[in-house]
Design a protein around this ligand. Structure first.
Ligand code: CDP
Length: 201
């Protein structure tokens, strides 16, 4: 039987960590849908047409350290406004969501567009400053040379592009549980997410 958990929210709010922890706790599969858009963005940076690239994605596209970097993130949010790019990625995400044994998908439009019937919807958020701090620590941990102001500007630019686009804008579904992690440790945020899924089971 399928059981879908949709986890949406802005950059660096903790979606990834929470999604991985929920998937591990319940033995569900996990798909970070941001990687699909990042893969298309990276192909665009290499000169490919993004719509064609979205139709040609392969497993190898989801590999490589640069996929998690800020340049690819910016490119991802640019290709993500193109309706044909989004359309090309829908079937793969829906098939993943309905696989037997349960699935967690995290992104921007999982609870609203990809899986409106998901059994659990979480919208994970935090203030832009807190998210920039977290992303800065993550980037520095990976050896990237950057600073708080640059990362904050990046987060704000991407938030604006993601929430103002016409197609599948980033917004909490009406029936989503909103989890603001600004003042929560990651352990506390994970515990709340797991409790929410447990209640729905
Ligand atoms: O990890 P982070 O939250 O910084 O970004 P991500 O989840 O990897 O997503 C990168 C970009 O892909 C976002 O800024 C969105 O523009 C886009 N995206 C989207 O439009 N829809 C999704 N379901 C996932 C990502």
């Amino acid at each position: 039987m399928s059981f879908t958990v949709a986890i949406d929210g802005p950059a660096a709010a903790g979606k990834g960590t929470i999604s991985r922890a929920v998937a591990q706790h319940f033995g569900f599969a996990h798909l970070d849908t941001g990687l699909l858009y990042r893969a298309v963005g990276r192909r665009m940076l290499h000169g490919e047409d993004p719509v064609e690239a979205a139709g040609r994605l392969q497993a190898a596209d989801l590999e490589g350290d640069d996929l998690r970097g800020p340049d690819v993130a910016r490119a991802a949010s640019k290709v993500a406004v193109i309706p044909e790019v989004r359309a090309a990625l829908v079937d793969f995400q829906r098939a993943f969501a309905t696989r037997a044994g349960g699935a967690v998908l995290d992104g921007r439009d999982i609870g609203t567009v990809i899986c409106p019937d998901a059994r659990v919807k979480l919208f994970v958020t935090a203030s832009a400053e807190v998210r920039a701090e977290r992303r800065l620590a993550e980037l520095k941990g990976r050896g990237l040379d950057t600073d708080f102001e640059t990362v904050l500007a990046d987060v704000r630019e991407r938030d604006a592009r993601d929430s103002e686009r016409a197609e599948a804008p980033m917004v909490a579904a009406a029936d989503a549980v909103v989890l603001d992690t600004s003042d929560l440790s990651i352990e506390a945020a994970v515990a709340r997410a797991i409790a929410t899924v447990e209640e729905a089971r």
